[in-house]
Design a binder for this molecule. Structure first.
Ligand code: ADP
Length: 249
C-alpha cells in the first residue's frame, strides 16, 4: 500500500488495469465438498486467487487446555503456500498468518452455534494456493461454505470482500497492483441477514465520505458473493441427494 507508482491503475474512462469498472468485483467460482476426508470443504477462486478450505469437527479439542466448557472453540489456520506468490514465500507461520487466522476465527464465531458443542474444537484449514490480494476475504468466504458443508449449525454464512482506493478512485475488490500501489485497502465481512459487520480492517487512508461509499459498494457486493456461496451449497446438496437416491435403488 505505497500509494506511489507510475502505473496508471484507473484510466480516464474509469477502467482498471484488469479491465474492470471501479464497482466491479473479480469473477468468483465456488465449489463445496471437494475433499473426501474432511468433514466439510470448499474450493474458491476470485480473480487470480485460488483457495482451498477444509473443516474438521466438531471433535475433541486438542490441546486440552484450549477447551471451553461452555462452547466449541474455532481454530483457524490460514496458510499461504510458498508457491502462491511470484517470489517464493518463506513457508510456515508468520505474524501476518497468525493475525489473519485470528480475524477469520472471530468473524466465524459470530455465526457458528458454538454453544451446541461444549469442549469441542472446530478446525478450519485455509490454504492459499495462489494469491493476488484479497486472500483473507477469499479464505473467510470459503471457510463459511466449508463449515456449512460440514453440517455445522450456523445462524448465517459470511461473505467477505474488500473495497479501497487507488489513483484517487474508490474501488471494489482490489487486485495485487491496486493493493500494492493504491492508497487504501478495506476488507470487510458481513452477516447478510442483518448486515452486521464481522470483519473490518483499514490499511491506508480514505476520507469519511470515500469510506462510506466504499462500504456501501462492498456490502452490496457481499450480498452477491452470498448468492454464489448459496448456489455452491445447493449444488452440493443436490449431488448428495442424487447419490443417496442412486444407492437406494
Ligand atoms: P490479502 O491477501 O488479504 O489482501 P495482504 O494485504 O496482506 O492480504 O496481502 C496482499 C497480497 O500481497 C496477497 O494477496 C499476496 O498476493 C501478497 N503477499 C502477501 N504476503 C506476501 C508474502 N509474504 N510474500 C509475497 N507476497 C505476499
Amino acid at each position: 500500500m505505497s500509494g506511489h507508482t507510475d502505473m496508471v491503475l484507473v484510466d480516464e474512462n474509469g477502467i482498471r488495469i484488469d479491465g474492470r469498472r471501479v464497482d466491479e468485483k473479480r469473477p468468483i467460482k465456488i465449489e463445496a465438498g471437494v475433499l473426501k476426508n474432511a468433514s466439510g470443504s470448499c474450493y474458491l477462486e476470485i480473480g487470480k486467487n485460488k483457495v482451498l478450505c477444509a473443516v474438521y469437527g466438531p471433535r475433541e479439542c486438542r490441546p486440552r487446555h484450549l477447551q471451553d466448557p461452555t462452547k466449541a472453540v474455532i481454530q483457524v489456520k490460514y496458510n499461504m503456500e510458498a508457491y502462491s506468490v511470484t517470489d517464493r514465500k518463506r513457508p510456515g507461520t508468520d505474524r501476518r498468518s497468525v493475525e489473519i487466522s485470528k480475524l477469520i476465527a472471530e468473524a466465524l464465531e459470530c455465526v457458528v452455534q458454538t454453544e451446541l458443542y461444549p469442549r469441542a474444537s472446530i478446525d478450519v484449514y485455509i490454504e492459499i494456493l495462489q494469491a493476488n490480494a484479497g486472500t483473507r476475504c477469499a479464505g473467510l468466504t470459503a471457510a463459511s461454505v466449508a463449515l456449512a458443508d460440514a453440517g455445522i449449525p450456523m445462524r448465517d454464512i459470511v461473505p467477505a470482500i474488500a473495497c479501497g482506493k487507488a489513483d484517487g478512485n474508490v474501488l471494489l475488490d482490489l487486485n495485487k497492483e491496486e493493493d500494492n500501489y493504491g492508497q487504501a485497502d478495506v476488507p470487510i465481512a458481513i452477516v447478510p441477514s442483518t448486515d452486521e459487520i464481522v470483519l473490518l480492517q483499514m490499511d491506508g487512508n480514505m476520507t469519511r465520505e470515500e469510506l462510506d461509499h466504499g462500504l456501501d459498494m462492498a456490502i452490496a457486493a457481499a450480498h452477491e458473493v452470498y448468492e454464489i456461496q448459496r448456489d455452491a451449497l445447493k449444488r452440493r446438496y443436490a449431488s448428495i441427494s442424487k447419490k443417496e437416491g442412486e444407492s437406494d435403488e
